[in-house]
Design a protein around this ligand. Sequence first.
Ligand code: FE
Length: 341
Amino acid sequence: MRKFTSLLAILAATSATLVSFTSAAAEVNIYSARKEALIKPVLEKFTQQTGIEVNLLTGNADALLARLNSEGKNTPADLFLTVDAGALHRAVEAGAFQPVTSDIISEAVPSHFRSSDNLWVGLSLRARPIFYSPERVDPEELESYLSLADEKWNDRICIRSSNNLYNQSLVAALIEHHGIEKTEKWAEGFVENFARSPVGGDRDQIKGIAFGICDVAIANTYYFGHMLNSDNADERAAAEKVDIFWPAQDKQGTHVNVSGIGITKHAKNVEEAQKLIQFLVSKEAQEWYAQVNYEYPVREGVEWSNTLQKWGDFKQDDIPMDVLGENNDEAVRLMNRAGWR
Ligand code: FE
């Protein structure tokens, strides 16, 4: 944000040349909860094409949102980028966004990957399927998320804790499809089947299968993609002992979630911010943005990476992403009642 202050100093000193200075130094400022490596190269491409400078501040999602709130009208941030519809919903609830009004964007991104009020736009897609050991599990035995509460899975499931947003969003989707009562009954049986008390992140659940701690796990697809393509031979070897199963294919489809972006309520560079979102949903940027993290593009007609192509096509759950945030409180309470730690 150094550039931001220097621009103000220049404007104050030379008001006569204001027009040429502002057009030469058009810029947009992003607060991003995604790591720099997952976004920076595509932002550089945007600057090359448009001449609009992009200033990026990365950090933890909740910390950035708190910063945005405390800065209020004085915030330099024009855009807020984060992962998970649950986190995007928190930003909406905090009043962080203003609507994105662009036909280019709404035509590029299907409506269920955008907030209903267009307060944020999905940029990439991740699935949360079932992973299994092909040595110990016949994929014919697998079916849906709900069937993992069956007795035959007793002591065989690895999954991370209930304070993880990805699991909260999965349960939020199940509540939408099956109702609270049925989902709670499922959660009780599911928790009974855990091979261990929840520990670690998504990669640790996939490794749990490779190490024989459990036979099935639930994790986000990009972690598996990173492991399969890792420079670390142990990570690669672990991933190669595991396969993907796409659950609920004859039902609602496999649970998916997004990374997404919104224009902040007090953005100073609204036009530039909108241009950047338009660029991020363009075919060119979508291919890169999805590939770098082994994610799926949000728009049709964009080529998937080789890794994703190998996993094959699958039916996605197409409930509006908004619902994942709206049902979050209910999901957290339900998981607590079911003893999911
Ligand atoms: Fe993640």
